[in-house]
Design a protein around this ligand. Structure first.
Ligand SMILES: NC(=O)C1=CN([C@@H]2O[C@H](COP(=O)(O)OP(=O)(O)OC[C@H]3O[C@@H](n4cnc5c(N)ncnc54)[C@H](OP(=O)(O)O)[C@@H]3O)[C@@H](O)[C@H]2O)[C@@H](O)CC1
Ligand SMILES: Nc1ncnc2c1ncn2[C@@H]1O[C@H](COP(=O)(O)OP(=O)(O)OP(=O)(O)O)[C@@H](O)[C@H]1O
Ligand SMILES: [Mg+2]
Length: 367
């Protein structure tokens, strides 16, 4: 009898442990604390309130294919990335921008990476301007850095958005040059999406983005951990994930952060939104690169949409960086789901890119 009771107690304790470690349960607990109440209905409302109607946002900000518009008006995007090791990432990001609907997509990469990236696609405009330390003598660093900046400056004002970091590498000389490019872009009010090694750079030099409302950071699990440790001097807290993200974005002066994961969480320090559109169970490398190119295009479209004087928009929040993140995340996730339904375990990033068109067409048809 006593043994029976003990086993029941042990079983209940085990069940509680399993429940307490479930992410859904922990998130519910966070939301209960947030809304300051305890009724089930309020908890459920709070849970649902994080999830956003991404389809309405996509429909609202995607521009019509108007015959009076000229080349460039649907977006001119530049990716700063691509080095000796990584040529796939900048290609994925830049081609995704085109496949979503941007008119022009540029890549600024190292001289070594450029012929490789050019060979992937004639659609991309590839600038072989960056240099890594191994290619530059100490005595030439200052003149080469000025040359790099002058080359990028010639184009900068024409871009609607920069994506900094896909396949950039971590060479210190190259990262110094890219820091300068970011400072110039910021002076010109050009939105910047920062991913991959761009996040490595920014995490160690927060002043590059701090207080810049047109900056978007798109960290994966490792990049988010580094950012939280650096900025909040703490560890990632999955129990209070939305609250921690909010604090992080606020602490960096209102930049927008898209924390990638099972659900994508987005915050600009004022609000937290979630995109949980069904994606793919395949975690092949390169999906974050598709996301950065997609966010860049939707951010540009959202900005145009908000700036248009006759905009009869019914979208509730007006921060173009948040809107761009929501739309980019939803379109990528839907494309990943479409690709997976065709290719299953063999799904690779190129398959997902091929589904970007259908992913958007299903939500916002071209005609
Ligand atoms: N097909 C392609 O071309 C693709 C290329 N990609 C490109 O790859 C780059 C890295 O992105 P990723 O996603 O692998 O970074 P992440 O998860 O933080 O790191 C994983 C582990 O590796 C380590 N580590 C990384 N770099 C290091 C370095 N230079 N030197 C030493 N350690 C380094 C890192 O160490 P830690 O930062 O923790 O010290 C962590 O333990 C980025 O440019 C991305 O765009 C991807 O987009 C995928 C498709
Ligand atoms: N566990 C998951 N379940 C569903 N979707 C996910 C999951 N993790 C990530 N994703 C989706 O994949 C996208 C890319 O996230 P991921 O964490 O793979 O980025 P990344 O590591 O930067 O990718 P990359 O290999 O391009 O560098 C995210 O926008 C997210 O929507
Ligand atoms: Mg990445």
């Amino acid at each position: 009898m006593r043994d029976g009771m003990n086993s029941r107690i042990l079983l209940d304790a085990a069940k509680s442990c399993i429940l307490a470690s479930s992410p859904v349960f922990r998130r519910q607990q966070f939301l209960i604390r947030c809304v300051g109440g305890s009724t089930d209905q309020r908890d459920m409302q709070a849970l649902r309130s994080l999830e956003v109607d991404s389809q309405s946002i996509i429909r609202a900000i995607t521009p019509a294919l108007d015959p009076t518009r000229h080349k460039g008006q649907a977006g001119n995007i530049a990716v700063i990335g691509g080095c000796r090791e990584y040529t796939g990432a900048p290609y994925f990001s830049a081609i995704s921008a085109l496949k979503i609907g941007a008119d022009l997509s540029h890549v600024f990469c190292t001289t070594d990476a450029a012929p490789v990236i050019k060979s992937y696609s004639p659609e991309l405009i590839v600038h072989p301007v960056l240099e890594e330390s191994y290619n530059v003598g100490e005595e030439h660093k200052s003149s080469i850095a000025s040359k790099v900046l002058a080359e990028v400056d010639k184009w900068l004002e024409r871009f609607d958005c920069l994506v900094v970091g896909p396949g950039l590498g971590r060479d210190p000389f190259l990262l110094d040059c890219v820091s300068e490019i970011m400072r110039h872009a910021r002076q010109s009010n050009i939105p910047i999406v920062i991913d991959g090694d761009g996040l490595f750079l920014v995490t160690n030099n927060l002043e590059l983005v701090s207080g810049y409302a047109l900056a978007v950071l798109t960290p994966n699990v490792n990049e988010y951990k580094r950012l939280v440790q650096k900025v909040l001097s703490s560890e990632v807290n999955d129990i209070d994930a939305p609250q921690q993200l909010l604090s992080l974005a606020k602490q960096i002066g209102g930049v927008t952060i898209l924390r990638k994961g099972n659900s994508d969480l987005i915050s600009d320090g004022d609000t937290v939104k979630s995109v949980s559109v069904y994606g793919s169970p395949r975690r092949c490398g390169g999906q974050g690169d598709i996301l950065s190119g997609s966010v860049a295009v939707f951010l540009s479209w959202a900005r145009q949409h908000i700036l248009a004087a006759d905009s009869n928009s019914n979208i509730r929040f007006k921060n173009p960086t948040v809107l761009g993140c929501i739309a980019g995340s939803a379109i990528l996730r839907k494309a990943a789901s479409l690709a997976f339904s065709n290719k299953k375990r063999s799904t690779v990033t190129g398959d997902i890119i091929e589904c970007l068109g259908k992913s958007l067409e299903d939500i916002s048809p071209a005609s």
